[in-house]
Design a protein around this ligand. Structure first.
Ligand code: BES
Ligand code: ZN
Ligand code: ZN
Length: 487
């Protein structure tokens, strides 16, 4: 979908009007007086009360606009960016029924609400909700060809906001594509190729390490997980240095299990079927660095992915094995299905030892337990640093990606102690599974400010809702982008 800001009336198959009240119509200079009158008439006839999220179709006879969708943003005092995204998504869904090629989106200036934020949110809602994953289908879904953005003012702030909204939505869609592609299409080698392609498109560097080099780095924990799979592992290292004179470097470490069978602790078929999604963390860090580079943020970021498949075979690592790690710590593997953390720790150590990362964020589809605790609309967070967590909370507000911090009391770390190695890869029982998984990774961050994001719930939807379709949601892309922007 092409998106552009327009300054005069544009022929469109569907026009969407986001409104907090009828007076908003006056601000739309690209809109003809007759259409304004028709909308007003319809609104009055319907005794329209501008309830939040309400959407209505209008038919009128206009030379430029074939169909209209009026969408109510509700009361200004209750309005949030997320509500703008959601209302725009509802309106797009209504409008798309007409199979439009050209869609005009009218965004009002809202009293007391930042104009840039409003425009950005509407653009995000529109692009995110018109996504579909139909590459492998012969019958394609209906797509919008062009999106015309009509704003009240086209100042620099608004233009930048449109650009940011487009970039963030497109990079989220990139992450969705990566997650939605099955494991016979996206495996470590092809995931690395996609990352290289994106590095050229958006302007960051990509370095890909093959198995021999990974062995030289002594990433024993990562290699243990990767061992049985036909598809060989890759270490993907992406760099964007937007502020080279600053020593601060944030590592975004994404779990990149292109498929998780559970290993010898094999998952049942029903639990395995969606496990192509187990590289959702890597999709997030690849999408985020793309957006950060596209918007030329003045920050230093590295995205690191230890990409592999957790498979079975005679040479697979086993329940009960003791393995090493790049950091030198030994690990008693009590469950081969708790594999993500084993790949993450070597990627974290690599970021600190080789790339001199000063802050660590890891993001992973790590535990089923996070879904039990928080459902699929909230990402679970574990952190060792209040200030860093506050910045994430702010990013959550800007992106609409909801988070909740879990406690990290020493009792939880106790649960990871092994009798015969330095650490166990799971707790002694199933209690507090999300926290112990996070704290296991935390054992490797060398006291650097650290955030652990468990997106097992939020990176995937079984059914569509709001601006997410069924499948990958692209969780983490916008959250990480805003975290870096706020640095
Ligand atoms: N990839 C899974 C977690 C997961 C579950 C992601 C459902 C998305 C949806 C992870 O590797 C896993 O299997 N975790 C185990 C840990 C357990 C063995 C301690 C789990 O959550 O059951
Ligand atoms: Zn697993
Ligand atoms: Zn996994």
């Amino acid at each position: 979908m092409k998106t552009k800001i327009v300054t005069k009336s544009t022929k469109s198959d569907v026009a969407i009007f986001l409104l907090t009240g009828i007076s908003d119509l006056n601000g739309f200079k690209t809109l003809g007086e007759k259409v304004k009158k028709d909308i007003l008439k319809g609104i009055k006839m319907d005794d329209w009360k501008f309830e939040e999220g309400k959407v209505k179709l209008f038919s009128f006879y206009d030379k430029d606009i074939k169909h209209g969708v009026v969408a109510s943003l509700g009361k200004i005092k209750d309005l949030t960016c997320e509500k703008i995204r959601k209302t725009t998504a509802s309106a797009i869904k209504k409008g798309i029924e007409f199979k439009p090629e050209k869609v005009s989106l009218f965004i009002p200036e809202i009293k007391g609400f930042d104009a840039g934020e409003a425009v950005k949110s509407a653009v995000e809602g529109a692009i995110l909700s018109s996504y579909s994953f139909d590459r492998h289908k012969n019958k394609k879904s209906d797509k919008i060809g062009e999106l015309f953005i009509n704003t009240v003012n086209n100042n620099k702030k608004v233009t930048e906001a449109v650009k940011e909204g487009v970039v963030l939505a497109e990079c989220t869609n990139i992450a969705r594509d990566l997650v939605n592609e099955p494991s016979n299409v996206i495996y470590p080698e092809t995931l690395a190729k996609e990352a290289v392609k994106l590095s050229k498109k958006y302007g960051f560097t990509a370095e890909i390490f093959e198995e021999k080099e990974i062995e030289k780095l002594k990433m024993e924990s990562f290699l243990a997980v990767a061992r049985a799979a036909e598809k060989r592992p890759r270490l993907i290292v992406l760099k964007y240095m937007g502020n080279p004179s600053n020593k601060e470097v944030t590592a975004l470490v994404g779990k990149g299990l292109t498929y998780d069978t559970g290993g010898l602790a094999l998952k049942p078929a029903t639990g395995m079927v969606t496990m192509k999604c187990d590289m959702g963390g890597s999709a997030a860090v690849i999408g985020a660095i793309s957006a950060i580079a596209a918007m030329k943020l003045k920050v230093n970021v590295i995205s690191v992915v230890a990409a592999c498949e957790n498979s079975i075979g005679g040479n697979a690592y086993r329940n009960g094995d003791i393995i090493g790690s790049m950091a030198g710590k030994t690990i008693e593997v009590l469950n081969t299905d708790a594999e993500g953390r084993l790949t993450l720790i070597d990627a974290v150590t690599y970021s600190i030892k080789k790339l001199k990362a000063t802050k660590i964020v890891d993001i992973a589809t790590l535990t089923g337990a996070v879904m039990v605790a928080l459902g699929n609309t909230v990402t679970g967070v574990v952190s060792n640093n209040d200030k860093f967590f506050k910045q994430l909370e702010k990013a959550s507000g800007s992106s609409g990606e909801q988070i909740w911090r879990l406690p990290n009391y020493p009792e939880y770390s106790e649960m990871l102690k092994s009798e015969i190695a330095d650490l166990r890869n799971i707790g002694k029982n199933r209690l507090a599974g999300t926290i112990t998984a996070g704290l296991f990774v935390g054992e490797f961050v060398e006291n650097k400010p650290w955030l652990h994001l468990d997106i097992a719930g939020t990176s995937w939807r079984d059914a569509p809702e709001s601006y997410n379709q069924a499948g990958g949601t692209g969780a983490g892309v916008r959250l990480l982008y805003h975290l870096m922007k706020n640095q």
